[in-house]
Design a protein around this ligand. Structure first.
Ligand code: NAD
Length: 284
């Protein structure tokens, strides 16, 4: 199946980026959120990020206008899902919330609609089991920031069909991305490898091994990482990092994934990174 219409649920860090790229590549998009303010700021962010692409010579003003026109904003999930080819959920990394969203989408969408989840760590197989269409449920793990990053990790649940996988892979290519297929296991590949590094950097900070700037500089200059682990954690969102580590810790049953207490403290304080202008660093 070739995807023409997409509903994106959750207009936060990831949802606005997914809606942006989908519309830029000609898909008709409805971006859904429970919070009208999140929809308004998603529109502003998309416009700002399109301007950035224009500055880089990747787009022109007409393409920007056309992209924005292809995105409808909505707070009505059920209405948005009627007749759509694929729904991509990007609500916070909380299993019960994801389950309730896919159950609602399953009720509202036609039988042929594919349900994709942008989860960073939660079992695709378990999410799929909450629906009457486990063969049409798949993980499409976009990377942050979506308009810039090349990868989409495509994750097959146990019941995901070949046809659904083929559609997700084709969609990823249609959006100018590179799909990589992996199997359903906590954290998949990306966060199974990334989160322990971020967590260890936070432990190093907590134990006074070095200042945040020094930790990040060691990893940038010494390991050739484009961004240090603490700056990257701020970009991802510290609440999201904590939620992913909780899933890895619980589902893999190994204490090496236990979230650092300093990470918990930042989340408790509401210092969630860039999105709240303060995390391990501060932002204007
Ligand atoms: P976020 O907190 O920035 O945004 C979540 C949005 O979902 C908010 O706008 C919120 O209002 C909305 N929302 C909450 N409940 C809702 C509901 N019932 N219906 C509709 N909308 C609802 O979160 P995020 O960082 O964009 O993460 C979203 C998902 O993407 C998570 O599963 C996360 O693990 C995954 N992810 C995040 C990153 C990252 O770097 N942040 C990268 C890859 C994947």
């Amino acid at each position: 199946m070739s995807v023409r219409s997409i509903v994106v649920i959750g207009a936060g860090t990831m949802g606005n980026g997914i809606a942006h790229v989908a519309a830029q590549f000609g898909k008709s998009v409805v971006l859904v959120d429970v919070d009208p303010n999140a929809l308004a700021s998603a529109r502003a962010t998309i416009s700002k990020n399109l301007d950035r692409q224009i500055k880089k010579g990747l787009l022109d003003e007409a393409a920007k206008r056309a992209t924005i026109e292809r995105i409808e904003l909505s707070t009505e999930l059920a209405r948005a899902c009627a007749g759509v080819d694929i729904v991509i959920e990007a609500v916070p990394e909380i299993a019960e919330l994801k389950y309730s969203i896919v159950e609602a989408v399953d009720q509202a969408a036609e039988g042929g609609t594919i349900i994709a989840t942008n989860t960073s760590s939660i079992s695709i197989t378990e999410i799929a089991a909450r629906t009457r269409r486990p063969d049409r449920v798949i993980g499409m793990h976009f990377m942050n920031p979506v308009p810039v990053m090349q990868l989409i990790e495509v994750i097959r649940g146990l019941a995901t069909s070949d046809a659904t996988t083929a559609t997700a892979v084709q969609l990823a290519s249609d959006l100018g991305k590179t799909p990589v297929e992996v199997n359903d296991f906590p954290g998949f590949v990306s966060n199974r490898v990334l989160m322990p590094m971020i967590n260890e950097a936070i432990f190093a900070l907590m134990e006074g091994v070095a200042r945040p700037e020094a930790i990040d500089t060691v990893m940038k200059l010494g390991m050739n990482h484009p961004m240090g682990p603490l700056e990257l954690a701020d970009l991802i969102g510290l609440d999201t990092c904590l939620n992913i580590l909780e899933v890895l810790h619980r589902d893999l049953g190994d204490d090496r994934y236990r979230p650092c207490p300093l990470l918990r403290k930042h989340v408790a304080a509401g210092w969630l990174g860039r999105k709240t202008k303060r995390g391990f660093f501060t932002y204007d």
